[in-house]
Design a protein around this ligand. Structure first.
Ligand SMILES: [Zn+2]
Length: 314
């Protein structure tokens, strides 16, 4: 995605934690999108068929304010302009205008304030999740109370500061249950070994098994999704979220086959990734239309409904 504002090439940090230039990220996204269309939908569809369009009520579970430029409000406008072209109605945003892997309490507050600004700028289309760091449990609980308990946010975002199977996560999960917030945890399973503090899908499953009353969105489903789907399969309160990896064919089909369509959620990782390349995973999958609607919005709405109802009552 280009921001159209003449920003120079800048370093962006992908979820694998490796700096890349924006140009490299864009080139890879474009290649990947072309690949999935060639290998997925296009190869199976008659030449005259139109690609499937998005159902009404498509929501994106995983969006950042990074990867674009300008003020928070300009970034939101940019993201929404591109989401609108594709028919995506709402975006769930978390973390601020830069990626900080191990944020201090002050940095958490700054980043969450930026998301609050994003929500205030487009309250009908931007939802937010509160970014927390289990190394600072008390500060994290305060942020959850401030941004969700008393604010408009509807979930909790956990990244790579600490592996989520550790006991420090327990009070954060208990507070999330009290506040009716699903938890979205980054999860990678790298062939060469994970980053320090980076959770595997097995970590997400272990945490979720200790908290059967909480709901966990397993962001990226490990990137190595053939292993990740298996790791979360037996833990029914874990949802596979499909964002961020290259749009290879077969990811969504396998997730639906192994977990059921009601446990699979679309997200993009925009603006680090483009919306289109990640939507292609769902649109190119051979699925009944009802399953596609679950993945593109119904499942996320069901998870967010209790908190959204509380926010709307205020
Ligand atoms: Zn992300």
């Amino acid at each position: 995605m280009a921001d159209g504002q003449g920003h120079s090439i800048q370093d962006v940090r992908t979820h694998c934690g490796l700096p890349q230039t924006r140009r490299v990220v864009l080139a890879r996204a474009a290649q990947a999108t072309a690949g999935v269309l060639a290998l997925g939908w296009a190869s199976r569809a008659p030449a005259s068929a139109e690609p499937p369009s998005l159902p009404q009520g498509t929501w994106d579970a995983h969006v950042h304010l990074t990867g674009t430029g300008g003020t928070v409000e300009q970034r939101v406008d940019f993201l929404l302009e591109h989401a609108s072209r594709l028919g995506i109605e709402r975006l769930v945003a978390f973390m601020g205008t830069r990626f900080v892997e191990d944020p201090s309490p002050d940095e958490l507050r700054r980043q969450n304030d930026e998301v609050l600004r994003a929500i205030a700028h487009a309250p009908d289309r931007i939802l937010g999740m509160v970014y927390v760091n289990p190394k600072y449990v008390e500060a994290s609980l305060r942020e959850m109370d401030r941004c969700a308990g008393h604010g408009p946010m509807v979930g909790v975002k956990l990244w790579i500061a600490m592996r989520c199977a550790r006991p420090e996560l327990d009070p954060i999960v208990r507070r999330a249950v009290e506040l009716k917030l699903p938890l979205l945890q980054h999860a990678y399973d790298r062939v060469m070994g994970n980053l320090p503090g980076e959770s595997s899908c097995a970590d997400v499953a272990a945490l979720a098994a200790r908290h059967p009353d909480a709901s966990f969105i397993c962001a990226h489903t490990g990137n190595d999704w053939e292993r990740g789907i298996r790791m979360i399969r037996a833990t029914k309160n874990v949802y596979a979220e499909v964002c961020g990896s290259d749009p290879t064919a077969g990811f969504v089909e396998m997730a639906v086959r192994e977990l059921g369509a009601e446990r699979v959620i679309y997200g993009s990782d925009a603006g680090v990734r483009g919306f289109a390349s990640q939507l292609a995973k769902v649109l190119s999958a051979e699925l009944p239309e009802a399953a596609r609607r679950l993945i593109l919005g119904d499942n996320l709405r069901r998870l967010l409904a209790p908190r959204l109802a509380a926010v709307q009552k205020r």
